[in-house]
Design a binder for this molecule. Sequence first.
Ligand code: ZN
Ligand code: ZN
Length: 462
Amino acid sequence: MTDTATMAGLDPATLPDVLRLAGSPGFDRIQEQLRRTGGCTDPIRLTGSTVTRDATTGQVLHSYSTDTEPGGVLRVACGNRRASRCPACAWTYAGDTYHLIRAGLVGDPAKGTPATIRDHPRVFATLTAPSFGPVHNRPGNRPCRCGTRHAEDAPELGTPLDPDAYDYAGAVLWNNHASELWRYFTIYLRREIAKRAGLTQKAAREQSRVSFGKVAEYQKRGAVHFHAVIRFDGPAGPDDPPPAWATLDLLTDAIHAAAARVEVDVPPSGDQPARTLRWGTQLDVRPIRAFGDGEDITEQAVASYVAKYATKAAETTGTVDRRIGNKEALVLLDVPEHPARLIAACLDLHPLYPDRKLRDWAHMLGFRGHFSTKSRRYSTTLGELRQTRADYRAAQQRAALGLPDPDDEEATTLTLAHWTYAGHGHTPGESWLAANIRRDLQASRELAREALLDLRSEGEDW
Ligand SMILES: [Zn+2]
Ligand SMILES: [Zn+2]
């Protein structure tokens, strides 16, 4: 890692610190700490100690103190889910989301989701925003309405053909109410299902459950849309087969009907007219199959797709990943015109709709919801997954520090721990080392995932 070839590109400020670290007695230990954080870009630094004693004799069985660590600190991963803040920790989060969505599709008996849910009717639905004005796009083989054939990564894609005529206020108010639109959709969906089954809502609920796992994604134009796995279960949840009437066709049909019924009224205020917000007409509903047959979506593809978007937040639209309080900041941060106009619309509308908190969510282009949510019975929770991983990490950490497993020795030993926050971040040299570790880890993970996708990717050209 510290050979001259890889160090050649180092900037003059980083090089002396890398050399200092490489020559320090704790170098191996620093590298090990950074590897344990997964190459986190902004680790938390802790100082402190733990002492484990035999409960009866008082004899010290194990002790650990950060005094012996390089620089006197232990580095712990920051855990931020945003790729723009910490690519390493975002990778971990994407992995968790992948397992969460996948558990709801193929089952995870260890976490109480049985494999029989693969037989339950389930679809992958995409609910979009309506149009707020024509934008530059790539309509199949034809040129864009502006007459140009835009390249796949052209920066103008998704930006308005005529920014002055674009409904920026409507766009951010729609994002701001997107979670309400979703909530009404789930209420109407249950009604539409009952209606099609010829049952009262109460009777339908006694015979079946509908569960959801969804993520929000930003389209290039800055509008939020939702991808959701929607599944029929029996009345007791994932373990229970759905009734015979709960078919794929009935579910698909009910989704279309429910989405078309949703309306959220926004009252007039100041120079803003009254608005009725609805879903866009582009509604995609596809059955999910265990393996692809060319038409349907596979379980694997759905989980990968959802996980990919879980870490992206709004940054893909060109906005920034932190709060913005005023328009001057947009200039200072050099935000591109389209997202800057969306953010400015949030700031302008804030005093007209104070309870919508548009200023707080301006950097999210008005959207205030969660990125990945699920109904209670969909699958295991992110919290449970994190706990499992935290337990695993803690066990690794304990092994590295020579500490006992608390489950083994709890009854007979007493552990005293004391930890203090000692700041966060890296020195320039540590930052360089962490980046190298991150690159190595990511390369090996991607190889592993590609191998998996290759095995299952037949007919996934959606
Ligand atoms: Zn991190
Ligand atoms: Zn165009």
